[in-house]
Design a protein around this ligand. Structure first.
Ligand SMILES: *[C@@H]1O[C@H](CO)[C@@H](O)[C@H](O)[C@H]1NC(C)=O
Ligand SMILES: *[C@@H]1O[C@H](CO)[C@@H](O)[C@H](O)[C@H]1NC(C)=O
Ligand SMILES: *[C@@H]1O[C@H](CO)[C@@H](O)[C@H](O)[C@H]1NC(C)=O
Ligand SMILES: *[C@@H]1O[C@H](CO)[C@@H](O)[C@H](O)[C@H]1NC(C)=O
Ligand SMILES: *[C@@H]1O[C@H](CO)[C@@H](O)[C@H](O)[C@H]1NC(C)=O
Ligand SMILES: *[C@@H]1O[C@H](CO)[C@@H](O)[C@H](O)[C@H]1NC(C)=O
Ligand SMILES: *[C@@H]1O[C@H](CO)[C@@H](O)[C@H](O)[C@H]1NC(C)=O
Length: 355
C-alpha cells in the first residue's frame, strides 16, 4: 500500500471542516492508510463526522522533537469519529522523554480537544503510549471502542481523561499494559459503564498530586464493569505532597476475576523510587464502593492506604464480597487513616475503617 501523505488528509479535512452543511470525512473500507502525525484543526462550520471504515496505521519510522500526538482533534464542536476501522500505532518502541508535552502525553494514539464529540466503534491497537486521551474537552461520549495492547507494554493506558467534564465511556473492551481507564486532574462528571477491562492496571482515578501539584477531581461514577487479571481493580492513587481533592466518586456493580489489589486507595503512590511522607496530600473524600464482587489474587483485597496527615473521609463499603482467587487462600483488609462506614456485607471485613 503506498503511503498517503497527510496533505491529502489535510485538504480533505479542510474541505470537510469548512463545509457549510454537516459533512463526512470518509476513510474507506478495505484500504489501509499510513498516516504521519496530523492535527485535525477546528473550529469547523458545522457538524463533522469522521467515518473510519478502513484502517489507519502509523509509519514505522520515529518522528522526533516535540510531537506528542499522532492524531489530534482540536477545537471542534460537534465531532463524531465512528466506524469499525483499526487505528494501529504499531508500538513504536521508544518514546523519548523530550517528546512529552506539558501533560506528559507522548505520541498518544488519538487526542481529543473538542466539545460534543462521539467516538464509537473504533479499534485502537498497540499505541506506544496512551491510546485515547481526552483533554480540555467536554460532552464527550466514547462507546463500543476496543483497545488492545500487550499486557507487558508500559504506559499504554487505554483511555486517559484529564481537564475534561461530562465524559461518558460505555460498552467498551480495554486490555493494555497500563490503566484501562485513568482519570486525571480537572475531571468532573465522568461516567464509565459497561466496560470490560484486562489485562492492565484496572480503572484508576489518578495519579494525582505529582510534584506537589494541585488536583481537582469530582463526580466520578464507574459502574457495571468486569475487571479481570489486572494489577489493580478500582484504584485512587495520589502522590505525597500534592493538594486539592478527589471527591464524590462511586464504584458500583463491579465484578473482579483474579484481580490483584481489587479495591485500593493508595495515597503513597510513588513511581520514582523513594517518596517521603509529606505534610500535604490530595484529600480523598466521599468515595463509595457498592455491590462489588469477585476474586482477588492478592491477600489484601481492600486496601485503604491514606495519608498520615490528611485522612480519607466518607468512605462507604456497601455489599462488597471478594473471595480469594486461589483455593485455600485468604483475603484481608488494610486501612491507614481511613474513615467511613460499612453497610451490608463486607467480605473481607473492614474493622479498620474508623468512624
Ligand atoms: C487548511 O486550512 C488552514 C486554515 O484555513 C490553512 O492554514 C491550511 O493551509 C489548509 N491546509 C491545507 C492542506 O489546505
Ligand atoms: C500488538 O503488538 C504485539 C507485539 O508487538 C503483537 O504480537 C500483536 O499481534 C499486536 N496486536 C495487534 C492487534 O496487531
Ligand atoms: C452520559 O450518560 C448519561 C446516562 O446514560 C446521560 O444522561 C448523559 O447525558 C450522558 N452524557 C453525555 C455527555 O453523553
Ligand atoms: C452513568 O451511566 C449509567 C449507564 O448508562 C447510567 O445508569 C447512570 O445514570 C449514569 N450516571 C450519570 C450520573 O449520568
Ligand atoms: C516532576 O519533577 C521531576 C523532577 O523535578 C521532573 O523531572 C518531572 O518532569 C516533573 N514531572 C511533571 C509531570 O511535571
Ligand atoms: C457481574 O456478575 C453478576 C453475577 O454473575 C452478573 O449478574 C452481572 O451481570 C455481572 N455484571 C456485569 C457488569 O457484567
Ligand atoms: C501503605 O503505604 C506504605 C507507605 O508507602 C507502605 O509502606 C505500605 O506497604 C502500604 N501498605 C499496604 C498494605 O499496602
Amino acid at each position: 500500500m503506498p503511503p498517503v501523505a497527510p496533505i491529502a488528509f489535510l485538504d480533505t479535512w479542510n474541505a470537510t471542516c469548512q463545509s457549510s452543511v454537516s459533512s463526512i470525512l470518509l476513510i474507506p473500507a478495505g484500504k489501509t492508510f499510513l498516516l504521519n502525525p496530523i492535527v485535525f484543526q477546528g473550529p469547523c462550520q458545522f457538524d463533522v463526522r469522521v467515518q473510519v471504515d478502513g484502517d489507519i496505521i502509523r509509519p514505522s519510522q520515529l518522528w522526533g522533537g516535540k510531537i506528542d500526538h499522532w492524531l489530534l482533534f482540536s477545537h471542534i464542536d460537534r465531532l463524531s469519529i465512528v466506524g469499525s476501522g483499526k487505528i494501529d500505532d504499531q508500538r513504536s518502541s521508544s518514546c523519548f522523554l523530550r517528546a512529552f508535552s506539558s501533560f506528559g502525553f507522548c505520541r498518544s494514539n488519538a487526542q481529543l480537544l473538542p466539545t460534543r464529540a462521539l467516538v464509537a466503534g473504533l479499534r485502537l491497537i498497540n499505541s506506544s503510549q496512551m491510546h485515547l486521551v481526552v483533554g480540555f474537552s467536554s460532552a464527550i461520549r466514547i462507546t463500543g471502542v476496543t483497545i488492545t495492547a500487550p499486557g507487558d507494554s508500559p504506559n499504554t493506558d487505554g483511555i486517559h481523561i484529564q481537564q475534561s467534564h461530562h465524559v461518558n465511556v460505555s460498552d467498551s473492551t480495554i486490555g493494555t499494559g497500563d490503566d484501562c481507564i485513568s482519570i486525571g486532574t480537572g475531571s468532573f462528571h465522568v461516567n464509565v459503564s459497561w466496560v470490560t477491562c484486562g489485562p492492565g492496571h484496572g480503572i484508576s482515578v489518578g495519579s494525582l498530586g505529582m510534584n506537589n501539584s494541585r488536583a481537582e477531581v469530582s463526580d466520578i461514577q464507574v459502574g457495571h464493569c468486569n475487571i479481570s487479571s489486572t494489577m489493580n481493580g478500582v484504584r485512587i492513587k495520589t502522590w505525597q505532597g500534592g493538594y486539592g481533592y478527589a471527591k464524590a466518586i462511586i464504584f458500583e456493580n463491579i465484578n473482579f476475576t483474579a484481580v490483584n489489589n481489587p479495591i485500593i486507595i493508595d495515597q503513597h503512590y510513588c513511581a520514582t523510587g523513594v517518596c517521603a511522607e509529606k505534610s500535604s496530600a490530595v484529600q480523598v473524600t466521599d468515595v463509595q464502593f457498592i455491590e462489588v464482587r469477585g476474586t482477588s489474587s492478592s491477600q489484601v483485597a481492600i486496601n485503604l492506604n491514606c495519608s498520615q496527615n490528611v485522612a480519607c473521609t466518607g468512605i462507604t463499603i456497601q455489599n462488597v464480597e471478594i473471595q480469594p482467587a486461589q483455593q485455600g487462600g485468604q483475603t484481608s483488609s488494610y486501612c491507614f487513616n481511613a474513615h467511613g462506614t460499612v453497610t451490608g456485607v463486607a467480605m473481607p471485613a473492614v474493622p479498620c475503617l474508623m468512624p
